[in-house]
Design a protein around this ligand. Structure first.
Ligand code: HPA
Length: 272
């Protein structure tokens, strides 16, 4: 496993030749951030040794290396979800590689279902904490001490400094943002009304099918993490609207300009 990560990192380092400031995982909500970056190198996943391959025909996935707001960023366009059938090791393999490339900061985005009654479709939530309810833990198994400790401190899963900077930016730019807890379930079904109710009872503000494994592995290696979530639908025991993938994408698209404004300013202004 470690050898594979090293081989993949060496391959990418050979191409980009320098250490990026940020890794950015483009989930639903940040896709168009690709257009903001001055791309220097684009590497398709099938070209990268040991890199997982996407299951979607025609969407091979790629890493984009370039400059965003004067900072060096490595963007992952096309992420891997547990519900697609990948192992947790595969889902989080890119984070391992990012760490070996020397990247210290990671920004992720996702779409989620809001269960906090104050939320509306299209709202933006900065993730301040998460609850891991995925059925498999990405750090289960023999620990690779070279990458991080056996028992991982999770007292600050999402960087308080990055959240504080993002809050200042949101206020200055007039972007309304929430802060909340993201609860990760495996999917691929959206939740039943009772399950949305459970998420709320357990302390979640939003529920989704990604991010949690990536963040755990990033924290295992000491990376600083920021995550922004777009509330694309609402759920609860008394709410029985149907949710579709199309609606999720539509809501994410609507919020995207503000999410992009938040993230580009954060990349420029966050020191650390
Ligand atoms: N549940 C889980 N994942 C999601 C949702 C949801 O309601 N919306 C977008 N991703």
């Amino acid at each position: 496993m470690l050898e594979k990560i090293k081989e993949t990192a060496a391959f990418i380092r050979n191409i980009i030749g320098e250490t990026p400031d940020y890794a950015i995982v483009l989930g639903s909500g940040l896709g168009k951030l690709q257009n903001e970056v001055e791309a220097i190198h684009t590497i398709e996943y099938p070209e990268i040794p040991n890199f997982p391959q996407t299951t979607v025909v025609g969407h091979g996935g790629k890493l984009i290396y370039g400059i965003l707001e004067g900072k060096k960023v490595l963007m992952m366009s096309g992420r891997f979800h547990y519900y697609e059938g990948y192992s947790m090791e595969t889902v989080t393999f890119p984070m391992r590689v990012f760490h070996l490339l020397g990247i210290k900061k990671m920004i992720l985005s996702n779409a989620s279902g809001g269960v906090n009654p104050a939320f509306h479709v299209g709202d933006i939530m900065m993730v301040k904490d998460h609850i891991n309810m995925m059925p498999e833990h990405p750090l289960r198994g023999k620990n690779i001490d070279e990458l991080g400790p056996r028992f991982v401190d999770m007292s600050e899963p999402y960087s308080k400094a990055m959240i504080a900077t993002a809050e200042r930016i949101a206020e200055r730019e007039g972007i309304e943002v929430h802060k909340g807890v993201y609860l990760g379930l495996q999917g691929p079904t959206f939740e039943t009304p009772a399950e949305y109710g459970m998420v709320r009872v357990l302390g979640g503000d939003a529920v989704g099918m990604s991010t949690v494994p990536e963040v755990i592995v990033a924290r295992h290696m000491g990376m600083e993490v920021f995550c922004v979530s777009i509330i694309t639908d609402l759920g609860g025991p008394e709410i029985a609207f149907a949710v579709s993938h199309e609606e999720v994408l539509q809501a994410a698209n609507k919020a995207m300009p503000n999410v992009i404004k938040l993230v580009t300013n954060l990349v420029r202004e966050h020191e650390g």
